[in-house]
Design a protein around this ligand. Structure first.
Ligand code: NOJ
Length: 557
């Protein structure tokens, strides 16, 4: 008999689906390759919709699939309203959306508004029309400094390394916060603003349910001269809303306009901001109901596997979400960071896998120090804790297989501009978490496609292949499937209560509908007493009524 408290919240309020969703990030070029060119594509995703349905997620988020030279993995967009021909057509996109919707899975796509690619028609026009032209106004062009203007306007550095200004043939310079191929758009320009509204409507009309907004905190800028030097820029407080290039208060005027577009639809389209800002309070502005509605919270992604840190960050973010009426988001992995199974298998912070504060997260790590089994164990424990928290959880493709980072990619085969330019991403760059998925233990590129993969897959991928894990009840995939199935009953919009466990390294919380979660961050087993009978899911088998170290259990009391 169904317990009346086990309400499936996903049927409760259709418009609020995003508040407690399990969202699965697809990095399209590395998910599944249907046409055998070594690059994942939209028909590849279409061929795997049943896998996604069986996994039990509520939504997918697709990283960019737009026409692009791939100078930054597709975050350099040539045309915001089309599909890269290597990845398919708009008709393929529509078929994919329909197939996902048929299975009850929502679709979120990535919008990259801070910069276009340098191949975008606007930027080409800006180059052709020359200095002083109207076309240049859509970007950030300046004359250089020095007697002949041959020095950049400022000494600012781009995120991927090297100067943030690039000189064009007629001697002017343009600003690019990221790669040279990613010129920043001028968000004071009415045509730029209007064009993105057209883009949002274009995809919303095609049935897209929501948007992930790339570097949402960067769009608006105050580049009134004289511009500060790099040292001066870095010294400016970025929590006042008046910083020249980041987290400015006026960016929310843009999102208020976007919200009006989202609300033209039924149900309203949703959005989640990627906003690397200084404080939870600053982040909350992006999550307001008058703005994007939700913002990524990367706090746990930046934390070590540590009970006190998890408890503190969970408490702060839940309080913040409660105060703003949004719901928080939980993330441990994405396409920009070292996979969490690997981070947790490296000595704390020693793998240079994170940077503190608002800085970017780096990838890679010394393989010889990696304890793969420990990383996997801890990843299971941390993910199961996350999935039981109020709020949305964003999962990254391959983590459901327990994949580790691929550190061993020859330089000649690497693609990430961060690897080549050595900017704020240390070491190996981000290719190691973007290696195409293994679907089968045998066959070309482990079933990814019929003709190889655009990044080399290591031999050890075979043991993580979907067909291997699907047949193994003790696999990571089986654990994710079971947890996501149970999560539909566990999840509610209500908060949690912390329970004292008598141990600093063991966390326990209760949800108001009778579900409880115990996470043992330490290595000593934790006795469950009579509660052992209430365990419905555990990341490791109980031994004599004890929860082993580095494990999480879900209980139904
Ligand atoms: C954030 C994206 O997640 C990352 O992959 C990209 O390089 C930058 N934004 C620039 O678009």
């Amino acid at each position: 008999m169904t317990d009346p408290t086990d309400v499936d919240i996903h049927t409760a309020d259709e418009a609020a689906w995003w508040r407690q969703a399990a969202v699965y990030q697809i990095y399209p070029r590395s998910f599944a390759d249907a046409d055998g060119d070594g690059i994942g594509d939209i028909p590849g995703i279409l061929s795997r919709v049943d896998y996604l349905a069986e996994l039990g997620i509520d939504a997918v988020w697709l990283s960019p699939f737009y026409p692009s030279a791939l100078a930054d993995g597709g975050y350099d967009v040539d045309d915001y309203r089309d599909v890269d021909p290597r990845l398919g057509t708009l008709a393929d996109f529509d078929a994919m959306v329909a197939a996902l919707h048929e299975r009850g899975i929502k679709v979120i796509i990535d919008i990259v508004p801070n910069h276009s690619s340098n191949r975008h028609a606007w930027f080409q026009e800006a180059l052709a029309d020359g200095r002083g032209s109207a076309a240049r106004e859509r970007y950030i062009f300046r004359d250089g400094t020095g007697p002949d203007g041959s020095e950049p306007p400022t000494d600012w550095e781009s995120v991927f390394g090297g100067p943030a200004w690039e000189r064009v043939d007629d001697g002017q310079w343009y600003f690019h916060h990221f790669a040279v191929e990613q010129p920043d758009l001028n968000w004071s320009h009415p045509e730029v603003r209007a064009d993105f509204l057209t883009t949002l409507r274009f995809w919303s009309d095609r049935g897209v349910d929501g948007f992930r907004i790339d570097v949402a905190h960067m769009l608006t800028k105050d580049l009134t001269e004289p511009l500060p030097s790099r040292a001066e820029l870095e010294a400016i407080d970025s929590t006042t809303g008046q910083h020249p290039i980041t987290d400015r208060d006026d960016v929310h005027e843009v999102y208020a306009e976007w919200r009006r577009v989202f609300n033209e639809y039924d149900p309203p389209r949703t959005a989640v901001a990627e906003a690397w800002v200084q404080t939870p309070e600053r982040r909350a502005r992006y999550a307001s109901a008058e703005g994007l509605g939700q913002a990524f919270n990367f706090d746990l992604l930046e934390a070590d596997f540590d009970a006190a840190a998890f408890r503190r960050l969970i408490t702060v973010n839940l309080a913040q979400a409660d105060a703003t009426g949004s719901s928080t988001t939980w993330v441990l992995s994405n396409h920009d960071v070292t996979r969490h199974a690997t981070r947790y298998g490296l000595p704390p912070l020693n793998g240079r896998h994170v940077k503190q504060g608002t800085e970017w997260v780096a990838a890679g790590g010394p393989e010889d120090q990696l304890d793969r089994e420990r990383g996997r164990r801890r990843a299971h424990a941390a993910t199961m804790l996350l999935l039981a928290l109020p709020g949305s959880t964003y999962l990254y493709q391959g983590e459901e297989l327990g994949l580790h980072e691929v550190a061993d990619i020859p330089p000649a085969q690497r693609q990430d501009p961060a690897f080549f330019r050595g900017g704020e991403f240390d070491g190996l760059g981000r290719d190691g978490c973007r290696v195409p998925l293994p679907w089968t233990a045998e066959g070309s590129s482990f079933g990814f496609g019929s003709n190889g993969a655009h990044l080399p897959q290591p031999g050890w991928f075979a043991q993580y292949a979907v067909d291997v894990e699907a047949a193994d009840p003790a696999s990571t995939l089986s654990l994710y499937r079971e947890a996501l199935r149970l999560r539909r009953r566990l999840q509610t919009d209500e908060m949690l209560d912390w329970h004292d466990t008598g141990r600093a390294d063991v966390l326990r919380f209760a949800r108001p509908n009778g579900w409880q979660v115990i996470s043992n961050f330490g290595t000593e087993p934790f006795p469950l007493g009579r509660d052992a009978d209430a365990v419905v899911l555990a990341t490791q088998p109980l031994r004599d009524g004890e929860l082993p170290g580095e494990a999480t259990a879900w209980l139904r009391l």
